[in-house]
Design a binder for this molecule. Sequence first.
Ligand SMILES: N[C@@H](CCC(=O)N[C@@H](CS)C(=O)NCC(=O)O)C(=O)O
Length: 242
Amino acid sequence: MNHLITIGVSHYCERARWALQRAGLPFEETAYAPLIHLRGTRLKGYGQQVPILETRDGVIEGSDKIQAFADPAAAGLDLDIARSIEGPLGGATRRWTYGYLMQKPASFRQAMGLCSSSSLGAKGARLGAPVIAAAIRKLLKIDAAGVERSRAKIDQVFEAVGSILKEQPFLSGQEFGALDLAFASLGAPAVFPSDYGAGFLPPESVHLELLPDAAKDQVRRWRETRAGQHILTSYATHRHSG
Ligand SMILES: N[C@@H](CCC(=O)N[C@@H](CS)C(=O)NCC(=O)O)C(=O)O
């Protein structure tokens, strides 16, 4: 059986989870809170980051490679838009969401509790939330200026995606495809779609009320854009836990 190692709420892990489910590839998921995830990565001799997929034939590290394993059409997506989704968008939505979640310690604690697949892990993550927050703040350089730069980057990628979607119904062309799945999952933290994390997270556990008011308004603005609508529709139509 394939074994997916994740940080439960991570959007890179969501991309891998969705791609595997969509391909109908069975897997078991072991999820950890940030920092504690090193037990499932470094301690096993892998790289530091998740998602990691252990298969019968070897280990696959990285959401792009796991998506390509699940769907060969996702391999070598050599388009400008694919490049701006991979690193820049994924990094920006992560920093922006963490930046605001950390302003509400109760929300951050709740999110950390959702990260783990074991109840003991969830309890530890909630207790350790202040330490985890401090480590993430340092690792991802989360400060007001960085969060603002990330907001601007999300705007920029959403605009580029919106221009493509004016010309064609999907980023992948005439049908929902690999690029749409990559964009929807890595852009999801900007619009909070329901069904995020389907099959792992309890339904609607990631919801707008977790965010402070200023961030909720921004999410509503992103939801109204063509790119934001595309993410919401992609989730509503194509995100099933399988
Ligand atoms: N490019 C990688 C990025 C993965 C990534 O940044 N993973 C984060 C989870 S959001 C992680 O493992 N963070 C913990 C760490 O860096 O120690 C991918 O597509 O998988």
